[in-house]
Design a protein around this ligand. Structure first.
Ligand code: DAK
Length: 257
């Protein structure tokens, strides 16, 4: 596929997608989302790739869904036409995805980042769900994911006022995993992705699946799920290799088996 709205690269075992609609601060239109889904599916089915990084520009990760594309939609047209249908694909990826955020990360842009597994942010990043200012509310998981990330009080504050939060507030409240100097941000995200990709792929994927369970199940169910997945790891060659390498004081050579 020839991409018009994103740039797709690989860096060794890491897939890198750069959102690339600078004229619209990377506003997420249908074409961009379709291309992003295509790129993620490609990385997902490529056994060489262990982790993906999604980034934007210095000025904007993404300033939201494309308001100009949405403005004239009617309810029935939207409903019948599967309006904004492709948005959940990213949350379904099984390999880890890191959002490397600089500048504006707003509305659907923040919802996209929250569908990723780790958000690494530049000191310049600004986060908001400003949909309320447009006469709508978040519609790609924002009302559900934000309170789970940062608690109800702050999520209500952000969703009902539409205000922006800076990087240090976002780190304090647990929305982002790390805040990094602007010129180091992408390198930090790529280094984290390379580290993840150096481990056993099935084990990494099981760990991701298990952590995600914590968002959706009571503690007792989650712990039971964890126990089952943990025990299943002893059926992998990579568990044997990882532990044997530790005992022999050498680097493990994981074979994704
Ligand atoms: N959509 C379309 N164009 C956008 C845009 C957006 N979200 N954000 C910026 N742009 C365009 C601007 O219109 C402008 O284009 P021209 O006028 O030059 O043609 C260009 O990008 C540069 O923007 P500004 O001139 O405004 O730049 P400033 O630095 O002055 O301001 C800003 C930056 C980020 C503060 C401002 O652009 C802004 O407020 N942007 C809108 C932010 C926003 O409201 N975002 C939320 C959009 S609603 C769903 C999935 C997703 C969604 C809902 C449902 N389902 C799956 C059901 C998501 C909804 C949203 O995200």
């Amino acid at each position: 596929m020839a991409y018009q709205n994103i740039i797709v690269e690989t860096r060794s075992k890491v897939g890198l997608v750069t959102l690339n609609r600078p004229q619209a601060l990377n506003a997420l239109n249908e074409a961009l989302i379709a291309e992003l889904n295509e790129a993620l599916s490609g990385f997902e089915s490529n056994p060489e790739i262990g982790c993906t990084v999604i980034t934007g520009s210095e000025k904007a990760f993404a300033a939201g869904a494309d308001v100009k594309e949405m403005a004239e939609k009617t309810y029935v047209e939207s409903y019948l036409g599967k309006f904004l249908d492709g948005w959940t694909r990213i949350a379904e990826t099984r390999k880890p995805v890191i959002a490397a955020v600089s500048g504006f990360c707003l509305g659907g842009g923040l919802e996209l980042a929250m569908m990723c597994d780790i958000i690494i942010a530049s000191e310049t990043s600004r986060f908001a769900l400003p949909e309320i200012t447009l006469g709508i509310m978040p519609g790609a998981g924002g009302t559900q994911r934000l309170p789970r990330f940062i608690g109800k009080a702050k999520a209500m504050d952000l969703i009902l006022t539409g205000r922006m939060m800076d990087a240090s507030e976002a780190e304090r409240c647990g929305l982002v995993a790390r805040v990094v100097a602007p010129d180091k941000m992408l390198d930090a995200a790529l280094a984290a992705a390379a580290k993840i990709a150096s481990y056993s792929q099935p084990i990494v994927m099981m760990a991701k699946e298990t952590v995600n369970r914590a968002q959706e199940t009571p503690l007792s169910e989650g712990a039971r799920f964890e126990r089952r997945v943990f025990l299943s790891m002893f059926a992998t060659e990579d568990q044997k290799e990882g532990m044997q390498a530790f005992i022999e004081k050498r680097k493990p050579a994981f074979r994704n088996r």
